[in-house]
Design a binder for this molecule. Structure first.
Ligand code: AHG
Ligand code: MN
Ligand code: MN
Length: 346
């Protein structure tokens, strides 16, 4: 990965840094047959990111903290910022004419494009605010998105357009509202990170061609669930904690509790994040379409791996919109070790 230290607005007279928009346009020019739809859609997503970011940064002041009192389709309490982020994503992206359908973690059903707007060839799936339990405590949260090409005909898209394997994603990414605000995306060949400069109101290329190390030194999972795990999983985590210099053990433990933040760290530094199935959540906790699949697309494009314990996340055929999945994601070697233990091969 090249860390571009000169991001941000240029001193007067100097060449400007590469904005997200320019980066996408330049790549689009190199793609034969590209219509510009894709860069248009990305502009809407980054606009949504900027608006959500602004609200996240003043959440405590603007009275946006706390619960709305409603529960979402997953049976979890909806927080005000979740609702705001969901609305902003929908309103920013519905009017551009690039989409035929959307789906959000916060909505039970697919989100149709209102009749007054044109439709297009893409489908957008998103988790508007990931890590919502961290909103009230000033910890990193984010927006995760996945873009698929539609497979049905007609004005409006259909459920089948959403229920596609992760391997067919056109692009995936996330916006991280952390110590800085970053947008990370891939179209499948190379993962690029952009840092937001609030004074310029732009995302500037800061992390070009991110590669996840083949092996890391940290593990990230909610160890409070230890008693609910399988024996294999427990053996894996016990092994990670043993002292053995030759294999880089013990691993360090890092768990933010916002997938997007735990993933971002794992992407840049290596290691493994896991949310396995357990006796309380036999199918896992995380959502395939809004969380696991887009992050798996990014992980693989950066040279890492992502599995549900049995198969590549990107090969899983979604059966329903809000499907949950176990997830092991990060450095290739660390994911493989986890799977070997989970299957009793070690
Ligand atoms: P969300 O805020 O979108 O509902 O997602 C929360 C998820 C994910 O961000 C995180 O990895 C996981 O929940 C944490 O779960 P535990 O509290 O069970 O560790
Ligand atoms: Mn989430
Ligand atoms: Mn969410």
């Amino acid at each position: 990965m090249t860390i571009v230290h000169s991001w941000g607005p240029p001193p007067s007279g100097a060449m400007p840094g590469t904005t997200l928009e320019r980066h996408i346009l330049e790549r689009q020019r190199q793609t034969p047959g590209a219509t510009g739809d894709f860069s248009g859609l990305f502009q809407q997503i980054s606009l949504a990111g900027k608006l959500i970011n602004a609200r996240v940064r003043q959440a405590g002041l603007a009275g946006m903290l706390g619960l709305t009192g409603q529960t979402n389709v997953q049976g979890e309490q909806v927080q005000k910022l979740d609702e705001f982020a969901n609305n902003v994503m929908i309103r920013s992206c519905e009017a551009g004419g690039h989409l035929c359908l959307m789906a959000s973690e916060e909505d039970d059903d697919v989100i149709k494009i209102p009749e007054r707007f044109p439709t297009g060839k893409y489908v957008l799936l998103f988790d508007p605010l990931d890590g919502s339990s961290n909103i009230d405590v000033g910890v990193t949260i984010g927006t995760i998105f996945s873009i698929q090409r539609r497979v049905t005909m007609g004005r409006s898209g259909q459920l089948a357009d959403c229920l596609q394997r992760g391997s067919t994603q056109v692009a995936a990414g996330y916006i991280l509202y952390g110590s800085s605000t970053m947008l990370v995306y891939t179209t499948g060949d190379g993962v690029h990170g952009f840092t937001y400069d609030p004074s310029a109101g732009e995302f500037f290329l800061s992390h070009e061609n991110i590669r996840v190390p083949q092996k890391g030194g940290t593990y990230s999972l909610n160890e409070g669930n230890y008693s609910r795990w399988s024996d294999g999983l427990r053996a894996w985590v016990d092994w990670l904690k043993q002292d053995d210099k030759s294999t880089g053990r013990p691993y360090g433990a890092r768990y933010v509790g916002s997938l997007v933040a735990d993933f971002h760290r794992t992407l840049l530094k290596g290691g493994v994040f896991a949310y396995p199935s357990d006796t309380k959540s036999p199918k896992g906790k995380l959502r395939l379409l809004y969380e696991a699949s887009p992050l798996a697309f990014i992980a693989e494009a950066a040279g890492g791996a992502a599995s549900d314990g049995d198969q590549r996340i990107l090969d899983v055929e979604p059966k329903e919109l809000h499907q949950r999945t176990p997830l092991f994601i990060g450095s290739r070697e660390d994911v493989e070790t986890a799977l070997a233990f989970a299957h009793g091969r070690r």
